[in-house]
Design a protein around this ligand. Sequence first.
Ligand code: NI
Ligand code: MN
Length: 229
Amino acid sequence: MKITYYGHSCFKILSPEGKKIIIDPWITHPLAPKDIDLGPYDYILITHAHGDHLGDTIKLARTAVTEVVAIHEIQQYLLAQGVPKATGMNIGGSFRTNSLTFTMVPAMHSSSLPDGSYGGEACGFVITLENGESIYHAGDTGVFGDMSLIGELYQPKVALLPIGDHYVMGPKEAAKACQLIRAPIVIPMHYGTFPILTGTLEAFMGELQKYPFQPKVIPLKPGEEYHLS
Ligand code: NI
Ligand code: MN
């Protein structure tokens, strides 16, 4: 399994059997690497409708080779925009396809579409790959107690967690989230893209020191990848 960070909240995941997944495909942000894979992807997952997450979905989802997976309200919006293949789901459910499982989990955030209308609830995803390993993408969220339930039910090996503060968890909250989720590997996201996202990797590592459970933190710069054996 290979995880490539494209900056902000965007990750590409290459599954053990070669399926290409992209999450929150905003590939035109200020720190975006030049060599982003433009697909076609097998799946595009969207955590919520804010522009920095819905991002360049319409451009990347141009053919029915690519299936967009999102909450019902975003799916309806994308179909109306001419996206050929989009599957709607909702929080608590799983979509099983091609030996992959996409489970939609809660996030504490808001969500509105580009036209200002309601974008459904904000969510996170647990992606369970063909080999049974899971990755949790928290989306935009504050810390919440039921993160422990996500950890207990899906036992993610990797958690992708926002640390940038202001709109999402800051370092203090993200360190607590690690204790609740208990994923052995954590990749920080949603920080440094704009000045207002003040949470830093250093502050996050400092907050983590205060706790007994120490996940392995893998800081990736936009364009860097992580191989999980
Ligand atoms: Ni947001
Ligand atoms: Mn965001």
